[in-house]
Design a protein. Structure first.
Ligand code: SF4
Ligand code: SF4
Ligand code: SF4
Length: 357
């Protein structure tokens, strides 16, 4: 890794958590170039393979899909011929990732800035400012005319709190049920930095497999693949696998994984008491440069960061050039490419850290 490169990362809450762990334990993991973390609101996520299978069973060719939306408790598929296929969210179980059932973070609580559409009027994004760095970015980008902001309404804020609390309560129940028949969901056990060191410094990929992957807790973030110094981890749409023997004294993947133990200093508060985590302010943002989509706040911030040379590159999610809707992550410093990647693909399917390699 080149220490001078700075990257702005956009990711789901679990990916942001992985990025935080990679950098916090950089002596063990090798660190990353991620300097600014932009987290997305995330209720749940879907497997590309099973989503495609589900659509095929409904006689929908994934190549004919224009976009996906989750709105009003429904999963909506907009087709290129402008038809809309809609199913209740409760019917998405066949392609929903099971690991999302035990996720307690709705609003990317440890990012610099969290962004979603919930809580703001149509055409506006909700932005939660969490750190001084995030605050400076938002204030300066607004002053430079990248977007306008306004206070979020009380009603809007309450809706986000309600949905976040709903996710937390439902998934705490799921964790309870899971732990009665299976092993503990490790990341919910906030322990001290010393305990983390004590446990993680004895663990390698086989422990990751037994503690996380075979327990259905893997979020497919790709952090284990990214940090492996000898490249023996490969990750596909289903799970990470190891091809070869681990390096002696390496524990990088166990330290980096967002579903192994978490230190109290990373995400150590009571989710139920603070469903939106710690934050400085919550506002609504509307882009002045890009029109008509919820992703405009993310896109505008990335463009601002690139145009003002505040980062060297940004991580974006685009479509695979040959396979429709199969997401691929890449780094870019090209503003036009950022504009092209705008939209809800950011949250359709989890991606990895491959782009940083
Ligand atoms: S585990 Fe699932 S619900 Fe949680 S942040 Fe990741 S993709 Fe979203
Ligand atoms: S060498 Fe083994 S323990 Fe180290 S990161 Fe790779 S898979 Fe994990
Ligand atoms: S096992 Fe690997 S891909 Fe799965 S959550 Fe942990 S780091 Fe991410």
């Amino acid at each position: 890794m080149n220490d001078n490169i700075k990257t702005a990362m956009v990711g789901t809450p679990c990916q942001i958590l992985a990025a935080t762990k990679i950098n916090k334990y950089s002596e063990k993991t090798g660190g990353s170039s991620i300097d600014i973390k932009i987290g997305l609101f995330c209720m749940e996520n879907f497997s590309y393979t099973y989503l495609k299978k589900f659509l095929t069973e409904k006689d929908i060719n994934i190549n004919e899909v224009e976009g996906f939306r989750i709105e009003e408790n429904k999963f909506k598929v907009l087709l290129k011929n402008n038809d809309m296929f809609t199913v209740p969210l409760s019917e998405t179980d066949s392609f929903k990732r099971k690991n999302c059932d035990i996720c307690l973070d709705y609003t990317s609580d440890i990012s610099d800035i969290s962004i979603g559409s919930l809580g703001s009027p149509k055409g506006w994004s909700t932005v939660i400012i969490r750190t001084e760095k995030g605050k400076e970015i938002i204030e300066n980008a607004e002053n430079e005319g990248y977007f306008e902001t306004k206070e979020i309404s009380d009603k809007g804020k309450k809706i986000i709190e309600k949905i976040a609390s709903k996710k937390i309560e439902k998934n705490l129940e799921n964790i309870n049920v899971r732990e009665k028949v299976s092993r503990p969901v490790l990341y919910t056990r906030n322990i001290s930095d010393e305990e983390i060191e004590d446990i993680s410094s004895k663990c390698q990929f086989d422990n990751l497999e037994s503690d996380v992957i075979s327990e259905g807790a893997c979020v497919l973030c790709g952090a284990c693949e990214y940090v492996c110094p000898i490249d023996i981890v490969e990750i596909d749409d289903r799970k990470p696998q190891k091809f070869g023997e681990c390096k002696e004294d390496c524990h990088a993947c166990y330290y980096a994984c967002p579903r192994t133990f978490l230190s109290k200093n990373v995400l150590g508060y009571n989710f139920k008491a603070k469903p939106l985590g710690e934050y400085i302010d919550i506002i609504s943002v509307r882009s002045n440069k890009i029109k008509g989509q919820d992703g405009a706040a993310v896109t505008s911030i990335l463009i601002y960061l690139l145009e003002k040379n505040l980062v060297d590159n940004v991580s974006i999610v685009g479509e695979d050039e040959e396979i429709s809707w199969k997401p691929v992550s890449r780094l870019t410093n090209d503003v036009e490419e950022v504009k092209k990647a705008a939209g809800t693909k950011y949250s359709t399917v989890p991606i990895g850290f491959k782009a940083l390699e």
